[in-house]
Structures are given as structure tokens and as C-alpha cells.
Design a protein around this ligand. Structure first.
Ligand code: PLP
Length: 317
């Protein structure tokens, strides 16, 4: 990212997992590659998952289900309380419905995994074979997608002769970082990964990632490769809470959009980029080559138009 590198004084590269395909792409594509295979293997005719109203994971699950001819039901938790029309029906929600998925709304703080089990039981009673995918697709099966990403990243760095000093990305339900760290450790790579938090406080976030990395390493056949100190999260950029835009995130969206022509989303990738930008400005990546893993999310932008004041973009020449 030439212009952003110049602006921040750091050698910045980007891995475009926002271009992974399936309804505009994003990090859930790699997880769903394994999860949907498991669903098919088990003979499922329906998948069910859950997330926040503007869940990217739900949208990508809906797209995969459409492609594979499975029914899809998404349980949406209202984590922000926004009454805004676009937030509740545009962006990812619009795309969920376009892919043929059904959605169901729940208040914030609800027991979503429990609710999903109840819903799955109801559909099983009606004769469906339901495959339940956890929020964010974050379990050892889904995390294998990011083990693959780690392998791919190392191969690309080798091919191009790029020495990567650090990988930075937005972390949430933890499957992305858990898979990446597991893959890098399994390959004996010393590249550190910094997750920028989007919801939980640091101790909880790191523990979630570490626990899932341990299980993923076991599934991969190399138990114990991940050490606790391999898991690093910075949660200083969450702001008021999950899914609530921050000033630094909005600045990050504008910088990526105006300097690189790349779109971020207010909930995840913008907060990850805000951490990247702030830490770069503070000199934390001095003389480093940093790869920002773009986890996607721009499909949510249409649900967040209220967060942007673009009045000065209308001009009369
Ligand atoms: C889900 C998501 C993340 C977080 O990934 P996890 O594996 O849940 O930690 C980051 N960015 C975007 C755009 C996402 O949709």
C-alpha cells in the first residue's frame, strides 16, 4: 500500500481477504470452506448461524448455502440498539435476504447459542437435517481456513522475497487469529500476529484466541505448537462497544478509501486499521514490514451511512 505507507512512514502491505469471493468476500469464506464441507458430509439440508444485525458471517453463510442448495436461517442479535432504518434492513441484512436466507431478531445480551439450539431442534422436528455453525464460524473446523491462510501467506512471502515482520488484523470471535497463529506456529514461522479487538477486553480476547488455537492445533495434528505468548491482542480501539463506529475507525475508513481505493467497515476492519494507524504513528512498527490482513466487511457500509458526514462532497463547480 504505497500511499498509505508514505502517509504513515511504515512499509505496509495488505492481504486482500476482502476479495475471497462469496457475496463480496471477507474472512468467513475461508472458514466456511471447511464448515460447509462438514455440513455436506453430514447430509445437512439446512444451515443455521447467528450474529449481530450486520453480521458479515451470516451474509457469507447465506451465499454459500445458496450456492450449495441448502436452506439458511440466521439469528440476529441487536447488539447496538440502533433504530436506524438502513442499519436494520440495508447492508448485510439486504444481502442475507437476497441470498434467500430467513432471519430472526433477538434483543442484545440474549443467549444466542442456546436460542440457535432451540431453533435447530424445531426444524429437526419438522424433518430437516440442520447443521449449526457457531457465531463467526469460530470453532476448530472453521479456524482451519486460517491455518490455510497462514500457509498461503508464507508461500507468497517466499515467492516474492518479502520479509514480513508482523501481521495485523481485526479480531472478534477469534477464529481468524487462532487459525493464523496455529498455522504460523505449525510452520515454525516467527512472524508475530497482532489482533486488534472489536468487542471483548484484552484478557478475555487473548484467552478466547489461545483456547481455540490449542483446539485447532490438536485438530491439525500438532497439539501444543501454540504458546500463550504467541497470542497478542490490543483492545484499545473498541470504543463504546461492538458495532458502534469510532472516530479513529471513521478516519481509517477515509484514509484507506482515499489513499488506496480500498473499503473497510466500521465494525471490524476499520477498528483493526485504526489500531494499525495509531500504533504506526506512535512508532510501534519502526523499520518493520507490516501486513494488514483485510478481513472484509465493506458490505455493511450501506447499513452505516449515518456514521459519515459527506456533505462537503457535494459541490457546484
Ligand atoms: C468476523 C469478522 C472479523 C473477525 O474475525 P474473527 O474470526 O471473528 O475473529 C474481522 N473482520 C470482519 C470484516 C469480520 O466480518
Amino acid at each position: 500500500m504505497k500511499r498509505l505507507s508514505e502517509a504513515l512512514g511504515v512499509d505496509l502491505w495488505i492481504k486482500r481477504d476482502d476479495c475471497t469471493g462469496m457475496s463480496t468476500g471477507g474472512n468467513k469464506t475461508r472458514k466456511l470452506e471447511f464448515l460447509m464441507a462438514e455440513a455436506l458430509e453430514q447430509g445437512a439440508d439446512m444451515v443455521m448461524t447467528q450474529g449481530a444485525t450486520q453480521t458479515n458471517h451470516g451474509r457469507q453463510t447465506a451465499a454459500f448455502a445458496a450456492k450449495l442448495g441448502l436452506k439458511c436461517h440466521i439469528l440476529l442479535e441487536d447488539r447496538t440498539g440502533y433504530q436506524d432504518g438502513n442499519y436494520n434492513t440495508n447492508g448485510n441484512v439486504l444481502l442475507d435476504h437476497l441470498h434467500g436466507a430467513t432471519t430472526e431478531k433477538f434483543p442484545g445480551g440474549h443467549d444466542m447459542p442456546g436460542e440457535m439450539e432451540r431453533a435447530a431442534e424445531k426444524m429437526r422436528a419438522k424433518g430437516h437435517k440442520v447443521y449449526v455453525i457457531p457465531g463467526g464460524g469460530s470453532n476448530p473446523t472453521g479456524a482451519l481456513g486460517y491455518v490455510n491462510c497462514a500457509f498461503e501467506l508464507l508461500a507468497q512471502a517466499n515467492e516474492t522475497g518479502l520479509k514480513i515482520d508482523r501481521v495485523v488484523h481485526a479480531t472478534g470471535s477469534s477464529g481468524t487469529q487462532a487459525g493464523l497463529v496455529t498455522g504460523l506456529c505449525a510452520m515454525n514461522s516467527a512472524v508475530p500476529v497482532l489482533g486488534i479487538g472489536t468487542r471483548a477486553p484484552q484478557p478475555k480476547q487473548e484467552q478466547m484466541v489461545y483456547d481455540l488455537a490449542c483446539k485447532t492445533a490438536e485438530k491439525l495434528g500438532c497439539p501444543g505448537v501454540v504458546k500463550r505468548e504467541d497470542v497478542m491482542a490490543n483492545t484499545d480501539y473498541v470504543g463504546e462497544g461492538y458495532g458502534v463506529p469510532t472516530e479513529s475507525g471513521i478516519e481509517a475508513i477515509r484514509m484507506f478509501a482515499e489513499l488506496e481505493g480500498i473499503l473497510l467497515d466500521p465494525c471490524y476492519s476499520a477498528k483493526g486499521a485504526a489500531g494499525l494507524i495509531d500504533l504506526a504513528r506512535k512508532g510501534a512498527f519502526k523499520d518493520e514490514t507490516v501486513v494488514f490482513l483485510h478481513t472484509g466487511g465493506a458490505a455493511a457500509l450501506g447499513g452505516y451511512d449515518f456514521a459519515f458526514d459527506n456533505a462537503d462532497r457535494w459541490v457546484n463547480l
